[in-house]
Write a protein that binds this ligand. Structure first.
Ligand code: GTP
Ligand code: MG
Length: 345
């Protein structure tokens, strides 16, 4: 058998930050640009996540991303809520991520949930970059749709540039107060030691090419080995949310970071009191462009491979816990898998 089962999976990117600083808008911008590139179908909406393949990243980033320089398949973005009451979801997202984008409103600067997100990244030792968002709101800004930051920076007046710089250096100072040595991303040599700050606008798309290029570069340089997985092996993931779903009962929104999960697979899920052993009834993905509140919001799929966001419907999930591990048993010994799940709780 000459088949090589190991392959590189998509890195998982968590988007974190204070409420209203523009996390969802940034992802919308990435999705929207792909539609304009005529590649809407190539972007797939997952449960709680958006997958953007390398060729789309490359067409959005222009000369900043040459697809020949990369062998990772793209990026899987996980959006997280910024509202203070969603601490658990933020820490799940942060802990699960391979890398992260900390979104900071360039005018608003550091806020309580910025600090909280930073703590999560510190604890989980997740490498991250800072997107200094809403640069288009700097007084006197002259927008250059979808342009790389160097280009748009040069077309601003001296006065506007100074205003932006002041805000950017405030953010760099705040990062330093929290123990992170940071600089504007084009001055960063080693992204493992220094945090890169990328000025962007989710509204005009300025700096988005840079953001994508930095994320892709970071993943390729520092994450590649961790992305090597047994693509056909039994799946491993984390529960993001436990949700009641009409017609399906209790379901678990799961981010799969290794292997595959198939319909009828036996899975072990971390539960309130003990690991839950159950069989997958349905694997559900959002329908492309589906209306949020229609009946048939989901599409049934037979199999999903990492990295992916998937809703799993199965009996006995009432006691499943957000943040708990999910493991597919398949050809493995059930007791071993139960013990692994137990150890992770
Ligand atoms: P939560 O999910 O509630 O934490 O917020 P969020 O971080 O996802 O922020 P969201 O993307 O919902 O944006 C909040 C508001 O800021 C919206 O009104 C956006 O239109 C606006 N906004 C986001 N990014 C930009 C930007 O780059 N420029 C401008 N001018 N407005 C922006
Ligand atoms: Mg949001």
């Amino acid at each position: 058998d000459t088949h090589d089962p190991s392959a590189l999976r998509t890195p998982i990117v968590a988007v974190l930050g204070h409420v209203d600083h523009g996390k969802t808008s940034l992802l919308d911008k990435v999705r929207g640009s792909a539609v304009i590139e005529g590649e809407a179908g190539a972007i797939t909406q997952h449960i709680g996540a958006t997958a953007v393949p390398l060729d789309i990243i490359s067409s959005m980033a222009g000369e900043l991303v040459n697809p020949d320089d990369f062998d990772l398949p793209g990026l899987l973005f996980i959006d997280t809520p910024g509202h203070h009451s969603f601490t658990t979801l933020r820490s799940r997202g942060g802990a699960l991520a391979d890398i992260a984008i900390l979104v900071v409103d360039v005018n608003d600067g550091f806020q309580p949930q910025t600090l909280e997100a930073l703590d999560i990244l510190k604890r989980s030792q997740t490498p991250f970059i800072v997107a200094a968002n809403k640069i288009d709101t700097v007084p006197g800004w002259n927008p250059q749709e979808d342009a790389p930051i160097t280009q748009t920076y040069e077309s601003q007046s001296e006065r506007t540039r100074q205003r932006l710089d002041e805000n950017l250096y405030k953010i760099i100072g705040n990062l330093s107060d929290e123990g992170f040595s940071a600089d504007l991303y084009w001055r960063v040599q080693n992204f493992q030691r220094n945090v890169g700050v990328v000025p962007v606008s989710a509204m005009t798309g300025e700096g988005v090419p840079d953001l994508l290029a930095v994320m892709m570069g970071l993943s390729q340089r520092y994450m590649k080995e961790e992305m090597e997985i047994d693509v056909a092996g039994p799946g491993v993931g984390t529960v993001l949310e436990v949700k009641e779903e009409k017609g399906f009962g209790t379901t678990i929104d799961t981010v799969l970071y290794d292997g595959t999960v198939k319909k009828d697979d036996t899975i072990v899920v971390g539960g309130l009191n003990e690991p839950i052993v159950t069989d997958v009834r349905a694997l559900l993905q959002p329908r492309p462009l589906a209306e949020i509140r229609t009946e048939n919001r989901f599409e049934n799929v037979d199999e999903v491979g990492a990295a992916a966001g998937i809703k799993i419907a199965a009996p006995d999930l009432e006691d499943a816990m957000a943040g708990a591990p999910v493991r597919v048993v398949r050809n493995r010994n059930l007791d071993d898998v139960i013990a692994e799940v137990q150890a992770e709780l």
